[in-house]
Design a protein around this ligand. Structure first.
Ligand SMILES: C[C@H](O)[C@H](O)[C@@H](O)C(=O)CO
Ligand SMILES: [Mn+2]
Length: 420
């Protein structure tokens, strides 16, 4: 196999040269782009607080055996997944994955000390960490409103949580020498027709101003805000809508916008929104997910939208300004396989996009030659990009093609099956 991969690559390299693309250069570029792998795929978003129930209008379905039950298991599973994915990446954790060692602290009391094990593990593995504030699966979010609550005690509790999370993000960035992106998503909204839609939004704005009041060195921590169109139980009204956060991010240079692929109407795609955001902002966070009819958080596959997202970043030279994170949770299949499939597809789509001769296409478009534009776009799709992808896996020392699945099966038998 090894020999064929190399031979295929040599031919692919020559073919891409004929259209002005240097495959070696593409692989050098892709190597430098980290993808943030989300820890919550490993335990169905349960976290370590013993919450028992996932709330906030998000849902995992399925009961595949072997889910991680604590930090050690989760980190071990992620190490396994990362060993099957080419490149050096980041890990994205939620505040609900704090570790207490018997001394439980509520969300408004979290400190960097509760994440020391994550940092030690990240250092050992040479990876960066990203962070997410957790405003769900908690008694104080049961009313459906957190940062937008009219109950001052509740609102203050969550403001304190947000502030503390940013300090934890700063700690990650400082300790690991890689900027931590701290993402803020709240589940706030109402199930049914809402009379006062302005009040909660005004309160959310006030809360965000407090959460973000302290300036933190952007070398260590960058903040981002994530909108949504609806959730389960917030079908009629979501406080943190796209328009709301667009406005907020437009007014605050240091706050990024997060685009989650599952957070828009089913016919909307985030690939179509990226250029609008970059007209006004110079950074963006993506939550790469796969909505199936709703925000179902299916595992990312190599589909048109994934390629379109990566093409958009490549065509506009935006890889250096965009943080790419995954966000899905499927409990119906092997959870390590879910990570590997989603991560490998994301990287594969980056390579696919980078192999496009952008200048040729832009020239045809600028000259009004839409016939060539369409003809070339279609023909480029069947250039041998998979030979480049296979070679990348081989060169990076990870399994080529589906051979990674054997390793996941072995791990399932030796480790996951024993978690009863
Ligand atoms: C678990 C995450 O915080 C969550 O998926 C969030 O990013 C989101 O997308 C909620 O729908
Ligand atoms: Mn998301």
């Amino acid at each position: 196999m090894e020999k064929f991969i190399l031979e295929n690559y040599k031919i692919a390299k020559k073919m891409y040269e004929t259209i002005g693309v240097d495959t070696d250069e593409v692989l050098e570029r892709v190597k430098k782009i980290p993808v943030s792998m989300h820890c919550w795929q490993g335990d169905d978003v349960m976290g370590f607080e013993g919450a028992g129930e996932l709330t906030g209008g998000i849902q995992t379905t399925g009961n595949y055996p072997g889910k991680a039950r604590n930090g050690e298991e989760l980190r071990c599973d992620m190490e396994k997944a990362l060993s099957l994915i080419p490149g050096t990446h980041k890990v994205n954790i939620h505040a609900s994955y704090a570790e207490f060692d018997g001394n439980k602290a509520d969300r408004d009391q979290l400190t960097p000390a509760h994440f020391e094990k994550w940092v030690a593990w990240a250092k050992k593995n040479g990876i960066g960490l990203d962070f997410n504030e957790t405003y769900f699966s908690h008694p104080k979010s049961e009313s459906g409103l957190t940062l937008s609550s009219g109950d001052e005690e509740i609102r203050r509790f969550w403001i304190e949580h947000g502030k503390r999370c940013r300090k934890i993000g700063e700690y990650f960035g400082r300790e690991l020498g890689q900027t931590c992106v701290t993402n803020l998503w709240i589940p706030d909204g109402y199930k049914d027709i809402t009379v006062d839609k302005l009040g909660p939004r005004m309160r959310l704005k006030k809360s965000l101003d407090e959460v973000f009041a302290e300036k933190i060195d952007s070398a260590y921590n960058i903040d981002s805000v994530e909108s949504k169109v609806f959730g389960i139980g917030s079908e009629s009204y979501v406080v943190g809508s796209h328009e709301f956060y667009m406005g907020y991010a437009a007014q605050h240079d240091d706050v990024m916008l997060t685009l989650d692929a599952g957070h828009f109407h089913p016919t909307e795609v985030i690939s179509g929104k990226i250029s609008s955001i970059f007209t006004f902002k110079n950074k963006l966070l993506l939550h790469v997910s796969r909505p199936v009819r709703w925000d179902s958080d299916h595992v990312v596959i190599f589909d048109d939208e994934l390629c379109a997202i990566m093409q958009e970043l490549n065509r506009n030279d935006l890889f250096g300004k965009t943080y790419i994170a995954l966000d899905f949770f499927d409990a119906s299949i092997n959870r390590i396989a879910a990570w590997v499939i989603g991560m490998r597809n994301t990287i594969k789509a980056m390579i696919f996009a980078m192999l496009e001769p952008v200048e040729t296409l832009k020239k045809a478009e600028a000259e009004g030659d839409f016939t060539s534009r369409l003809a070339l776009l279609e023909e480029y799709k069947s250039y041998p990009f998979s030979a480049v992808w296979d070679y990348y896996c081989q060169a990076m020392g990870v399994p080529v093609k589906e051979s990674w699945l054997n390793e996941v099966r072995t791990y399932e038998r030796d480790v996951l099956a024993k978690r009863i």
